[in-house]
Design a protein around this ligand. Structure first.
Ligand SMILES: *[C@@H]1O[C@H](CO)[C@@H](O)[C@H](O)[C@H]1NC(C)=O
Ligand SMILES: *[C@@H]1O[C@H](CO)[C@@H](O)[C@H](O)[C@H]1NC(C)=O
Length: 343
């Protein structure tokens, strides 16, 4: 539908001066160019490594395209070779079509392997569904080990994510995190609002597909049906435009000063309008409105603009969305957690 630049004009003006001589200049001069498309994409060998799944990870087109699949034996996953502190991370993803209840595809950043007690995490999670019902998308944020406080938001989409590739991106800077779908900002998390829980340690980027039968669709009522396997999730346009850290001491000499641009990035007025429109129309669960779960909502909720509050119930689920099958207290902090995946 709409195309939009990630960068506001004021931002453009600020950085114009600094980057006029760098190759980045090209991509800032035309505000209608979507940033991720103009950022270099990495092949699998250049940036990633397989995590699990043996033959269920397949490379195509010189490793520019990755298929990960779930069958009765295993799911599959890959991760970035490096840990990054800040940057822009993106992939175009096409989800398995047809019956996909219980199937979970995740595209996320985490450092749970490195900082087990104080880990940070930024998630896109795709939850499969029964035939005729759409996939759901969830975003979540953990910071500095705040795993007891889920900050889940769920959305329905304005397109069928199994029909074609769509771009899912995470911009993470010192000051803010912005989630995008097809370059439309859908969620912003601001450091000052989140306080000590703001993700601030290096993270790796991950992509996985796995069996979430126990809870993913209607609280586990619909399991993965392997009659329809393999379930294949396709990834392409893999972008990592970030500041890699030293793997040993996590110092960040950051040989790429160009990524410092993200620290200056703010949303333009137009982008904020788009984001709020998306949220009003498509957000089906909002943790800030979930009074059953949080008598006192997490701190950043007090600074959040009022998004159609009256449309949401006491449980944070938008009216008109089926309330059955919610499930609480489940804890799996490297994947979808406390996933309230009501249809
Ligand atoms: C993160 O958590 C650790 C351990 O709980 C704490 O010592 C540290 O101050 C926290 N960091 C921030 C930025 O709040
Ligand atoms: C979290 O989920 C992953 C993927 O399904 C699973 O392998 C792991 O055992 C789970 N961890 C916990 C603590 O439940």
């Amino acid at each position: 539908m709409m195309t939009t630049s990630l960068f506001s004009f004021s931002f453009f003006n600020i950085i114009f001066f600094f980057f006029a001589c760098s190759p980045l200049f090209l991509f800032f001069t035309n505000a209608s160019i979507a940033v991720p498309e103009s950022l270099p994409t990495l092949s699998f060998e250049e940036g990633y490594t397989q995590l699990f799944g043996d033959g269920n990870l397949m490379l195509l087109r010189d490793g520019k395209r990755v298929h990960i699949s779930l069958d009765e034996r295993t799911g599959a996953g890959f991760a970035s070779q490096d840990l990054y502190i800040h940057g822009f991370f993106s992939a175009s993803i096409k989800l398995p079509s047809d019956y996909a209840a219980g199937v979970v595809v995740a595209f996320y950043m985490s450092n749970g392997d490195v900082f087990s007690k104080t880990h940070d995490e930024l998630d896109f999670e795709f939850l499969g569904n029964i035939r005729g019902r759409e996939w759901r998308v969830q975003t979540n944020v953990y910071g500095n080990g705040s795993t007891s406080v889920g900050r889940e938001e769920r959305y329905d989409l304005w397109f069928d994510p199994t029909e074609d590739f769509h771009q899912y991106s995470i911009m993470w800077s010192k000051e803010r995190i912005i989630f995008y779908i097809d370059n439309i900002p859908i969620r912003e998390v601001v450091r000052t609002a989140m306080g000590g829980c703001y993700p601030s340690k290096p993270m790796s980027l991950y992509a996985t597909i796995w069996d979430g039968s126990s809870w993913a669709t209607l609280g586990g009522r619909y399991k993965v049906n392997y009659k329809y396997a393999p379930y294949v999730a396709e990834f392409k346009d893999l972008v990592i435009h970030g500041c890699a850290v030293n793997p040993v001491d996590h110092s960040s000499p950051c040989g790429r000063p160009d990524t410092a641009v993200y620290d200056l990035l703010t949303m333009s007025f137009e982008q904020r309008v788009l984001m709020n429109r998306f949220r009003r129309k498509h957000m089906t669960y909002y943790y800030c409105y979930d009074r059953d779960r949080y008598t006192i909502p997490p701190p950043e909720c007090s600074t959040t603009e009022n998004i159609a509050r009256l449309s949401y119930g006491q449980d944070g689920v938008r009216f008109g969305n089926n309330r059955h099958g919610r499930r609480r207290g489940q804890h799996n902090h490297s994947r979808v957690t406390q996933a309230d995946v009501a249809l």
